[in-house]
Design a protein around this ligand. Sequence first.
Ligand SMILES: Nc1nc2c(ncn2[C@@H]2O[C@H](COP(=O)(O)OP(=O)(O)OP(=O)(O)O)[C@@H](O)[C@H]2O)c(=O)[nH]1
Ligand SMILES: [Mg+2]
Length: 205
Amino acid sequence: MCACLWAGLAGAAQYLLWECTALVRPPTHVVLVGLDSSGKTTALFRLRYGHYVNAVPTVGFNTEKVRAGGGHWLVWDVGGAERVRPLWRSYTRATDALVFVIDSSDGEERLEEARVELQRLSKQQTAQCVTLNRPRPPLLVLANKQDLPGAREPQHLAKALGLPELPDSQPWAVAPACAVTGEGLDEAMATLYQLVLKTRQSHKR
Ligand SMILES: Nc1nc2c(ncn2[C@@H]2O[C@H](COP(=O)(O)OP(=O)(O)OP(=O)(O)O)[C@@H](O)[C@H]2O)c(=O)[nH]1
Ligand SMILES: [Mg+2]
């Protein structure tokens, strides 16, 4: 009983601390994009609610405030179906960070489709960052569905998506995850948060 009370108080104190931090510094804006069914909404709900939520294909977008990887985020999850992909451009304009979610078990054809979309997004970022005079937002490729047979290693995905050929000004990382169990998600967001902090630091100079 007493232990429960202390745990409750500690949780409330941590919640208050987070809320105060959020007042001082607005949450980091991050957009989740990636092909349909790669697991964006599952990842978002897992981060937000701490358990698996059965998601339906996203027609527009979902948005949630989440705490993960040491950061406080405002996450936008945008539908990945081909017909709604043109919307990525406006959602990713002036964001602080990008997450490109991949189904790591996808075959060559879908991987190539993902590569084309990611490279298109990168070109749009180049143009937008020049126009807005902003640093390029860091990019995290979330190598999701690592639990499935045939899931590819992050290094393989990095090469297949052409990440090493991105402009030098583009900070990027790849992190493995399983959005259904939540494994790897917090570590992935911590990696992204470090890249965001580095970008902020170097832009201040
Ligand atoms: N095995 C496995 N299934 C996953 C994982 N993440 C998501 N899924 C499943 O993949 C399917 C699609 O997940 P969504 O989260 O709806 O995918 P999405 O990227 O939001 O798709 P759109 O909204 O259509 O762009 C669902 O059936 C999820 O349960 C994972 O890590 N492992
Ligand atoms: Mg979705």
